[in-house]
Design a protein around this ligand. Structure first.
Ligand code: BG6
Ligand code: MG
Length: 257
């Protein structure tokens, strides 16, 4: 049914500068305008990129932030434990750090500790510059866009949008799903399925690029082909970095013999 703009009432939160009722109607309907048409490209239709460890190397930032907190709590922490945190949401990482002590902390205390770690992390993240984007990222994104392949960032991080802004990569993606957009983190497939739904692509036509085992498991549970950055357990194919990737390589699982 067409919208009767004469009957639309301005909600309290309407922007103060709306010039007329027609602009108001387009503002009201804007989200619907942003729903993309169903893709018709044969083969690969979307590439879903993990952020940390794929589009930018933040592993050292996470390591130093967790190490700082672990030292304050006199808990052991090393590179191995940090590696197992890849793709794992912040609170779940804290539980892994606290180990058998986790049950002695109230949720409020854990929240304070997780926030403290995030402060240490953000102190380092704020130093990120556009040139810190992973080598090959911009060229690959340009190649995918030119070929009509949709792109998304699918990250467990609640800082994903900030990091993308600092790298000046935010506009290079059709959608972003971050740690605040889901109720279940990786290895649950929810984040990848949400991205596929937003892009209107079948999961099987979305390829996932991941550096963490939790992410690979999530992608496999979503029925999506996977490429690991450096060897990742469970990934169907692995490469050293984004510079090794090209559209023909990513399209290969869909090629008809
Ligand atoms: C993932 C990282 O991308 O985000 C994990 O690989 C991290 O190591 C998780 O724990 C959550 O990040 P944040 O920024 O919300 O603490
Ligand atoms: Mg990662």
């Amino acid at each position: 049914m067409p919208l009767n703009v004469e009957k639309v009432k301005y909600p309290l939160a309407a922007p103060a500068t709306l010039p007329d009722v027609h602009d108001f109607a387009s503002w009201l309907l804007a989200p619907a305008h942003r729903i993309p048409p169903k893709p018709t490209r044969p083969g690969l239709q979307a590439v879903l990129f993990d952020l940390d460890g794929v589009l930018v190397d933040t592993a050292a930032f996470h390591y130093h932030a967790w190490k700082h907190l672990a030292d304050e709590l006199t808990l052991p922490f090393d590179e191995n434990l940090n590696r197992s945190f890849r793709g794992v949401p912040r609170m779940a990482c804290l539980d892994l750090l606290l180990g058998e002590h986790a049950r002695y902390f109230a949720i409020e205390e854990k929240t304070v500790l997780a926030e403290r770690k995030n402060g240490y992390y953000l102190d380092q993240v704020r130093t990120l510059r556009p040139e810190d984007a992973a080598p090959g990222a911009r060229d690959l994104l340009t190649e995918l866009r030119a070929a009509g392949v949709r792109t998304a960032v699918v990250s467990a991080s609640k800082n994903a949008r900030l990091v993308l802004d600092l790298l000046r990569l935010a506009d290079a993606f059709d959608t972003v799903v971050d740690g605040g957009d889901v109720t279940r983190g990786k290895p649950d497939p929810q984040c990848f399925l949400k991205a596929a739904a937003t892009l209107r692509t079948a999961p099987q036509r979305c390829l996932v690029i991941e550096d963490g085992e939790a992410g690979i498991r999530a992608a496999r549970a979503a029925d999506m082909p996977t490429v690991g950055i450096a060897p990742v357990r469970g990934a169907q194919r692995s490469v050293g970095g984004l510079t090794d990737l090209s559209l023909p390589f990513l399209d290969a699982p869909y090629a008809t013999p």
